[in-house]
Design a protein around this ligand. Structure first.
Ligand code: CA
Length: 230
């Protein structure tokens, strides 16, 4: 996997390069938006870490131009409290964002999740089925069955379940779930996530002994595929 870092702070570039190489990624970097866009359009990269505040072309403009020609996954690196940047970034097709200063573990988790989500999307079976154990989602018709029995879900319940399933074994924060399922307008109101997880658990009969949607205290939720062997 090749990652392009577009970031104008040399210290951050150095740190990220070392950390990402340590994780086994191939890393390339550049320090202004114009070069970043050029490199990103080369098609040589699997993911971009794109800083917003950049010389030449800012990150938003890089993203806007990039999206006209390329669907390469992008994680935006935004300044603290730059709410509009996040909103605009997601609108413009960023796959995720992370706020400075961030912990490297959080960034690594987001990179894995974005790579996994885009991989799943591109390798989905023609019928578009997603499954864990005896739970099956037919994404084309948004139908859900468990052990062959049809389960009725509302649109939001379905979106939540599909999002968890597409990111199986990855811990998702309440904020991530909110912004992907409800949109950023709900930011800060993460109780709604807990309420809907409860609905979904009830609907899919996710009982204590064999629970697939696990609560990660203080963070969020993860859907675990306990039947799958790796
Ligand atoms: Ca910067």
């Amino acid at each position: 996997m090749k990652i392009l870092i577009v970031e104008d702070e040399a210290e951050i570039v150095r740190f990220l390069t070392l950390e990402l190489q340590h994780e086994g990624y191939f890393v390339s970097s550049c320090m202004d938006g114009r070069t970043g866009l050029e490199k990103a359009l080369s098609g040589d990269f699997d993911l971009l870490l794109l800083d917003v505040m950049l010389p030449e072309l800012n990150g938003m403009e890089v993203l806007r131009r990039l999206r006209k020609e390329s669907a390469v996954p992008v994680i935006l690196v935004t300044a603290r409290d730059a709410v509009m940047e996040k909103v605009n970034g997601l609108d413009m097709g960023a796959n995720d964002y992370i706020t400075k200063p961030f912990h490297i573990e959080e960034l690594l988790a987001r990179i894995r999740m974005v790579l996994r989500t885009t991989e799943t999307a591109s390798s989905a079976s023609p019928e578009g089925n997603l499954s864990v154990g005896d739970l099956v989602l037919t994404t084309s018709s948004r139908q859900v069955t468990r052990a062959g029995e049809m389960i009725e879900l509302t649109k939001t319940q379905y979106d939540l379940l599909e999002y968890l399933l597409r990111n199986r074994d990855i811990v998702l924060t309440r904020d991530q779930i909110l912004s992907h399922v409800w949109g950023y307008a709900y930011a800060g109101n993460s109780n709604v996530v807990d309420v809907y997880v409860r609905y979904v658990r009830n609907r899919i009969h996710d009982s204590d002994e064999s629970r697939i949607i696990e609560t990660v205290r203080g963070i969020g939720y993860v859907l675990r595929d306990k039947t799958r062997k790796e």
